[in-house]
Ligand binder design. Structure first.
Ligand code: HEM
Ligand code: HEM
Length: 221
């Protein structure tokens, strides 16, 4: 039987791809710097992550089709139905995140937002504290520092699951998800309509506003 015609289609815009790989580097950076005791650089990584997350939240509303939350968030039942097909080898017809991956994305964003947000109020029991720690009592800053440390275990667990899922798709279903996250392009059935891509200039303006907001928060507070 002849297989259905396929064509290369742009599925991920540059801002979403840059967001992803910058996030990977910065989360690794935040971990490495705190282990090395370079607290100032840990803070800087955290601020950059916060700016990326704020940008991504807005991009999830006004960005390209595949970046939009409303487009990739389906009911938890749809996510379970998707997972039930996990072992079935079939052509990749997914234009953006699948129903299960969509939930992974929002949980990951929420955990990272909590991680970066709690860091602002944390202290390291010696000389350093986040720029907003002075707005709360020492007791609360200590408590929030505990949450900051604990939440990182959840972040790590989810990253592990995320990478395992990507490997699982490659091995079990033979779907290469990494290449599209690098190049933006994916081979999909020619009958599928290409997603609409938002202007890159809009992303640049939104990221500048997000970075400015973080800068204002940490310098003016
Ligand atoms: C610090 C580690 C990582 C974090 C925090 C992270 C986070 C995320 C997030 C938030 C998304 C959603 C992207 C969006 O819609 O904006 C995503 C998607 C994705 N990530 Fe990661 N990621 C990490 C590591 C990796 C690694 C190491 C790989 C490669 C093996 C990878 C491959 C992917 C792929 C392929 C997608 C798109 C999945 C799809 O097609 O639906 N990620 N990741
Ligand atoms: C998503 C971004 C961030 C990640 C992934 C992250 C990760 C971590 C990790 C792994 C630790 C060490 C936990 C341990 O002792 O085992 C830590 C500690 C700490 N982080 Fe962050 N962090 C982030 C953002 C921030 C921000 C924005 C600030 C402040 C501006 C901050 C301030 C601190 C402080 C003060 C500690 C020491 C806490 C203590 O030892 O009790 N972090 N962070």
């Amino acid at each position: 039987m002849a297989s259905a015609p396929v064509r290369w289609m742009k599925v991920w815009d540059a801002p979403t791809r840059l967001f992803h790989w910058a996030l990977v580097l910065l989360v690794a950076g935040a971990y490495a710097t705190i282990q090395l005791g370079w607290i100032d650089w840990h803070f800087r990584c955290g601020y950059a992550i916060l700016a990326l997350l704020l940008f991504r939240l807005v991009w999830g509303v006004v960005g390209s089709d595949t970046a939009r939350f409303a487009r990739f968030l389906h009911s938890p039942l749809a996510a379970l139905a998707h997972l039930r097909h996990f072992t079935r080898r079939e052509p990749d017809t997914e234009i953006g995140h699948n129903a299960a991956g969509g939930w992974m994305v929002v949980v990951m964003l929420a955990l990272l937002l909590f991680q970066a947000g709690s860091g602002l109020f944390s202290n390291d029991q010696t000389f350093s504290e986040g720029p907003l720690a002075k707005l709360v009592s020492t007791g609360w800053s200590d408590r929030i520092s505990g949450w900051h440390v604990f939440n990182f275990n959840l972040v790590l667990g989810l990253i592990g699951l995320h990478v395992l899922a990507v490997i699982g798709y490659a091995v079990v279903k033979r779907h290469d998800l990494v290449r599209p996250m690098c190049t933006g392009m994916k081979r999909l059935p020619a009958t599928l309509a290409a997603p609409r891509m938002a202007p890159i200039g809009l992303a640049a303006v939104l990221f500048a506003i997000a970075a400015g907001a973080v800068w204002a928060l940490v310098t003016i507070a």
